[in-house]
Each structure stands twice: as structure tokens, then as C-alpha cells.
Design a protein around this ligand. Structure first.
Ligand SMILES: Cc1ncc(C[n+]2csc(CCOP(=O)(O)OP(=O)(O)O)c2C)c(N)n1
Ligand SMILES: [Mg+2]
Length: 555
């Protein structure tokens, strides 16, 4: 057996795990691995900041279900990457972060760029392993990929001392980690149908990150056969066809109040993959923990998530798709007093996601609608955090798996790197990112990465000259007292052009369609800078109205 360097063994193991792309920023700590990449099938997408690199990798993992891989250097790189690792943790996305580390002999001296990764990532990663022995790389890389994808998926951090990567050893390659599938107990499937047969106002809330296409198809059959109203948690809208007759909408930030009320009034709630997070439950008010005062069925791939917040009457710790297949194989319940209601809820969803008036010359609801009319149904729609995202979530009707890449963790700066990750993972799909003016500037340097990587997508920057979400809360709590939320912005279209992308400015709804056509025809990364009236802070209330209501309430 020929000896190989640790760096070479590492890259060989990644290739065995099916890795074809790594997002990263290079560092002197992992030169040996960079060198091994020269003659490997893996593409290294050279990014400009590790936060964006980690988010691009996370989005790649979210879209493909395979761990997204990010490679960064020791402390300065790793701390930057933490923002993307946290998204992967909260969003249950499989991800592997590789970190170049100081030499083994210098440890614990506070050596140059030293940090303890077990402490740094301890509360975020599923597993942090520092690999001291190059001969154990096959074992640890296998475990990293298995851990990232099993149960509730999440991030794993592998820490790689520089001198370990240059060691030469003889060791056999590992094998690919195929996730083990936990099948549901047939008795639990029967029991679920018994509970359903006794219900009058059931409701399904979808969530989770481990659905496959067979599972999604089976889910639709089961929902359809039982006429079940189905909603989803925050930013899980592409788990189900939003134009299906049983689709009721999203319970997350900015839900339809009527839908929120319906969740409250359900007598049987089935959380199918959803952890019923803080955002999905109106800050734990729609459903009060630990017992929600209704029959509760929880289906989740990870037994550790079951009963964590809400204590279930029936728990199914099994693979989501396998469970959907088992449910679809069961006869539908005979009596379904809720059957007509599913269609009422869907009609409400259609109305809620229809047209609204908005202050100023640019109506974001119309922008989203026009974009949807022009893009294919499987277009990937990415966004970060801010009030601009409310318009996307409310008016875009998600139809196909993977068509929503958005951080359930509410991290700003996610949209653009997510679009980069999606464009690299699925070059044949149309990809669009929505960003706020604040949100965009957290990771805007990755537009240069996209130009260099020849990744094709459209970024729509919604510029209202402020950190709008925070300004909105400010007006609610301290009306009229603006502090720390105003933004004086650059010319984003000119910025895009300076980076080698297409860039244009849109000031009115009527200008959007022609600007979109030109951007799509540009053939590479493109940016549309939308000037939004700051009054149009939500689809429902203007900024002035929010201030006046707070003043009237005596704040
Ligand atoms: C990384 C990060 N920093 C800060 C916040 C807090 N935060 C949430 S929304 C928001 C403002 C977003 O502003 P912008 O992107 O301009 O969108 P707008 O609300 O104006 O539409 C801020 C600062 C956050 N969620 N994430
Ligand atoms: Mg803004």
C-alpha cells in the first residue's frame, strides 16, 4: 500500500462520501489538502468570506440532502463560518465544516490563531472531532457524514491540525456512509388513524429536512385521501404543493391570523417533521407547552426531539418519508367531518396570497407575482432575514421540492450565498435570491464569487433605506424614536456591475418586468436594485400606521 499525506487521505475520503463541491476560503493551515484538490474530482468554490462560504455550503446541503461541505482556516476563518454553522443547526441541515488547525505541538499555548473548537462549536455542532492521527481520517470522515445526515441532521466540525495533514501514513480508504432508515411501527400507524377517526378538526403541520421525493408523493396521497388541512412551519413552504386543494399556508412569522386561529382550535394536531419551533407557534402562544390541550401526534426522525417542548399522545420516531409511505398504505378514515373545511382553508390561502395595495410606486406583492409568472415552477427562491422576506413568503406560491431556501434561524445575509450554493448544486434550475438592503451587505462580496464561479442567479435587493424589521419593532415599542436603524446605501446596481454582474435599478412596479427580462437575458449573475417606499414595511400596515397605533396604545 502506498503512503499518502493526511491532506490527500482527507480529500480521497470526501470523494468517497460523494462530495463534489467544497465552498471555502483558503488558509495556510490546510495547504496539503488544497494541494490534494488539484487532482481530485472535487471542485473548490473560492469564496470571499467564511460566513458566506458556510451559508452556501448549508444551502447546498439543504437543497441536495447531502452534507454541504465548507473548508476554512483556524480561528479567524472558523469564527466567521460560525454564522453558517448555526443556520445548519437550527435548520437541521446536514453540513460538514472542515477547519485547518495549528500544529499539534503548539496546542494550549494560545498559539497563533488557536481556539478550542469543541468549546466554540459545542452548542451548535452535532459533533466536533479534532483528528490527531492521519491514519484515523477514514474512520472520522465516515462518522462525520453519518452523524450529519442521521436522526435530526445538522453540522459536524472536523478539526485538522496542519502537521497531521502533512504526515504520511499507509491506511485503507473508508466506505460511504449510507444513512440508516428507521421505519415506523405498523401499530403506531394504526393508532394514528384511530386518533384521526375520533377527531373533528384535525390539522397537519409539516416541517423537517429529510423528505425525499417518494415520501413527498406518498404524503400528498395520504393528505388527499383523508382531506386533511395541511400547513407548514416557518420557511418550510416548499414541502408541499401550495396549490394543492388541502394546502392551508404557513404558520410562522407573519401568518394569516385566521390560519393561526385554526391551529389553536384544532382538536388533533399532527406535527409531521416539524419541531413546532418558536416561530411556528407564535412564540409558543398558539400552542402552549408542555401539553397543548389537544391530541398531539409527533412524527420526527430523531427520538431526542420527541417531547422536547410539547409532550405527545402518540410519538413516532421514524424516517419521515418511510412514515408517509406507511400512512399512504393505510385505508383512509371513513368519517371525515372536516373534509369540506380543507377547501375553505385553501381558498383562504389563495386570497391571503393574492393581491394587496401598498404605499409608493413599487408593490412587492406584484413584483413577486410577476416573477413567479416568468420563472419555472421549480425555480429556487432564496432569502435572508428582514421584512422584505414577508412579501416573498406570503405571495410566492411554492410548488416544487427545494424551491425554498430560507433560514428558519432568521439569519441575515443568507439569500445571496444560498443562491450561490443552489446555482452550483443545480445549474439547470432557475435561482433567485431576495435580500434587504441591510441583509444584502452582510454577504454581498459573494456576488464576486458567483461571477468567478460562473454561477447564474438573480439577486433582488429590496432597498428601503433601513433595517426595516428593527425599525418596525422600534415604532411599536418606542414610537417616533428612531435609533440605530437608518441606512445610507450605495448604488447597488453600480456595485453589481463593478463586480462583473448585470445590475439595474427599478423604482416602480411597471419597470420590473422589462428589467427582469433584461436581467434573465444577461446570462450570468444579475442584480436588480428595487427602491421601496419605507412606508411599505408590511403587506398589511404602513410604518405610519404602526407608529400611530402604538401612540394610541399609550406607548
Ligand atoms: C445576522 C443578523 N444580524 C441581525 C439580525 C437582526 N435583524 C433582523 S431583521 C433586521 C433588519 C433587516 O433589514 P433589511 O435587510 O434592510 O430588511 P428590511 O427589514 O428593511 O426589509 C435585523 C437587523 C439578524 N436577524 N441577523
Ligand atoms: Mg431594509
Amino acid at each position: 500500500m502506498a503512503s499518502r499525506s493526511g491532506g490527500r487521505i482527507l480529500i480521497d475520503q470526501l470523494a468517497i462520501q460523494g462530495v463534489r463541491t467544497i465552498f471555502g476560503v483558503p488558509g495556510e493551515s490546510y495547504l496539503e489538502a488544497l494541494d490534494a484538490l488539484v487532482d481530485s474530482p472535487i471542485r473548490f468554490v473560492t469564496c470571499r468570506q467564511e460566513g458566506g462560504a458556510a451559508m452556501a455550503a448549508e444551502a447546498y446541503g439543504k437543497l441536495t440532502g447531502q452534507p454541504g461541505v465548507c473548508f476554512v482556516t483556524r480561528a479567524p476563518g472558523a469564527t466567521n463560518a460560525a454564522s453558517g454553522v448555526h443556520v445548519a443547526q437550527q435548520d437541521s441541515t446536514p453540513m460538514v465544516l472542515l477547519v485547518g488547525q495549528i500544529e499539534r505541538a503548539a496546542r494550549y499555548r494560545d498559539a497563533f490563531q488557536e481556539v478550542d473548537y469543541r468549546l466554540l462549536f459545542g452548542g451548535m455542532a452535532k459533533l466536533v472531532l479534532e483528528i490527531d492521527d492521519a491514519a484515523r481520517l477514514p474512520e472520522h470522515v465516515h462518522r462525520a457524514f453519518r452523524t450529519a445526515t442521521s436522526g435530526r441532521p445538522g453540522p459536524v466540525v472536523l478539526v485538522l491540525p496542519e502537521d497531521m495533514l502533512t504526515d504520511r501514513v499507509e491506511v485503507a480508504d473508508g466506505i460511504a456512509a449510507e444513512p440508516a432508515i428507521a421505519w415506523p411501527d405498523p401499530a403506531a400507524i394504526d393508532r394514528l388513524h384511530e386518533l384521526l377517526a375520533r377527531a373533528e378538526r384535525p390539522m397537519v403541520i409539516l416541517g423537517g429536512s429529510t423528505w425525499d421525493s417518494a415520501g413527498r408523493t406518498a404524503l400528498e396521497r395520504w393528505i388527499d385521501a383523508n382531506d386533511l388541512p395541511v400547513a407548514c412551519g416557518f420557511r418550510r413552504q416548499s414541502l408541499f404543493d401550495n396549490l394543492h386543494r388541502c394546502w392551508a399556508g404557513m404558520v410562522g412569522l407573519g401568518p394569516d391570523p385566521q390560519l393561526a386561529q385554526r391551529v389553536k382550535e384544532a382538536d388533533l394536531l399532527i406535527a409531521f417533521g416539524s419541531r413546532l419551533s418558536e416561530t411556528a407557534t407564535g412564540g409558543y402562544t398558539l400552542l402552549s407547552p408542555p401539553r397543548m390541550g389537544k391530541t398531539f401526534v409527533q412524527i420526527h426522525p430523531d427520538p431526542h426531539e420527541i417531547g422536547r417542548v410539547y409532550q405527545p399522545d402518540l410519538a413516532i420516531a421514524a424516517d419521515l418519508s418511510a412514515t408517509a409511505i406507511a400512512l399512504a398504505g393505510h385505508a383512509p378514515v371513513a368519517s371525515r367531518p372536516w373534509a369540506a373545511e380543507a377547501e375553505t382553508l385553501h381558498a383562504r390561502y389563495l386570497a391571503f396570497s393574492g393581491r394587496v395595495e401598498s404605499p409608493g410606486t413599487l408593490n412587492m406583492a406584484e413584483v413577486v407575482r410577476q416573477l413567479q409568472e416568468r420563472l419555472p415552477a421549480d425555480a429556487v427562491v432564496c432569502n435572508g432575514a428582514g421584512n422584505f422576506a414577508t412579501w416573498v413568503h406570503r405571495f410566492w406560491r411554492y410548488r416544487m421540492p427545494g424551491s425554498q431556501l430560507a433560514p428558519t434561524s432568521g439569519s441575515m445575509g443568507y439569500g445571496l450565498p444560498a443562491a450561490l450554493g443552489a446555482a452550483v448544486a443545480a445549474p439547470s434550475r432557475a435561482v433567485v435570491a431576495f435580500a434587504g438592503d441591510g441583509d444584502f451587505m452582510m454577504t454581498c462580496q459573494e456576488l464576486a464569487t458567483a461571477v468567478q464561479a460562473e454561477a447564474k442567479f438573480l439577486v433582488i435587493v429590496v432597498d428601503n433605506g433601513m433595517y426595516g424589521t428593527i425599525r418596525m419593532h422600534q415604532e411599536r415599542e418606542h414610537p417616533g424614536r428612531v435609533s440605530g436603524t437608518a441606512l445610507k446605501n450605495p448604488d447597488f446596481a453600480a456595485m453589481a456591475r463593478a463586480m462583473g454582474a448585470h445590475g439595474a435599478t427599478v423604482r416602480a412596479t411597471a419597470e420590473f418586468a422589462p428589467a427582469l427580462d433584461a436581467a434573465l437575458a444577461a446570462g450570468g449573475p444579475a442584480l436588480l436594485h428595487l427602491i421601496q417606499d419605507p412606508e411599505a414595511i408590511t403587506p398589511v400596515r404602513s410604518l405610519t400606521k404602526i407608529r400611530e397605533e402604538a401612540q394610541a396604545a399609550g406607548r
